[in-house]
Design a protein around this ligand. Sequence first.
Ligand code: SF4
Length: 428
Amino acid sequence: MGHEKPVRSPDRADCSELSVRHERGQRQVFCGLAAIVWLHRKIQDAFFLVVGSRTCAHLVQSAAGVMIFAEPRFATAVLGERDLAGLADCNQELDRVVGELLARRPDIGTLFLVGSCPSEVIKLDLEKAAERLALAHQGRVRVRSFSGSGLETTFTQGEDTCLLALVPTLPELPSGQTSLLVVGALADTVEDQLSRLFGELGIGPVHFFPPRRADSLPPVGPGTRLLLAQPFLGETARALIARGATHLPALYPLGIEGTREWLRAAANAWGVSEERFDTVVAAPVARAERGLAHYRERLAGKRITLLPESQLEIPLARFLARECGMQPVEVGVPYLDRQVVGEELSLLPAGIDLAEGQDLESQLDRLRAERPDLTVCGLGLANPLEAEGLLTKWSIELVVTPIQGFDQVGDLAELFARPLIRQSRLVA
Ligand code: SF4
């Protein structure tokens, strides 16, 4: 680490006055299995085997074309007595499927058994199954398990449970060494851009988690400085902190301000001077400003509601309000984890209706009363809302599109501007 004068932090508002509406009721959000869609692209030697029903198979297969273990015996086990014989059958069947899979696919380095609602209901112990299979295929493959069940996880939380399962397997960072650990799956192009910026700032070594290959896991220890790239990894962050890592609270790298402050958190930890920081970010910031200008005209003054689904809602609302001039009406999140979004909350504009959890009917009532210009929501709600004349944007698009970093700012704004532009063409 360097010894230059640390970079100044921006002034922060007090967030203690922010009121949060807590809702419990019917929810309409994806389950954590959805995370397989981007995790299987990111970790190239991993295979995700969902142990679930045909519904789970349909959900993941249609979204990502991932192979599913959907043995009808599960349905019988779910509905029947949860007898030991049934469970023994399930385990045998799982062993058989895994054996066939590994024989056919020598490229699999790490196998994830992914739990679902059905496997949870019949109390199939996937952690034990992973241990048993790891032993049976020792030296051939690593086997881990995590839950993507809709009873336990929402949408992006599947990434949190996946990474959490890997934390105990991370190698120890040798004592006396310092490194930056960026946590959260990012598109490879974004990762490369951010790596370059860290390099120019003199910050390093930098490791990314999840890695591109599960056989090159990043080290962790008391010298680790932890920078979250995604706002839905609270459990993983806490497990890394328990292994000695120090969390660097920051905005998320969405928008110009978010990316700059995210980099600044690392720069401060490395003692990078203000002058050097400004010099390194000047050109990418100028590019991002040019990319944003065109869409800002379209977005300024428009009212937007973000329904709870991806956990990206709070940083997105901050970006849309502060950099695009939009007016967030209601911002919902499936759950509010202040440890990971504290910095973001303090920058939300006053007067926003912030909601945690969901009670679908009352949320839709508020939406119909407000009739914002744009609503960010899940796939299931988009069509009915469009039929009521409300413009929508699918939140899953925001998770699977590269939107982090300076060079993606224009693309991020465009995702919100596109439906508005399309509408103005239709009425023109
Ligand atoms: Fe549905 Fe549960 Fe399977 Fe998700 S895990 S697809 S919520 S049954």
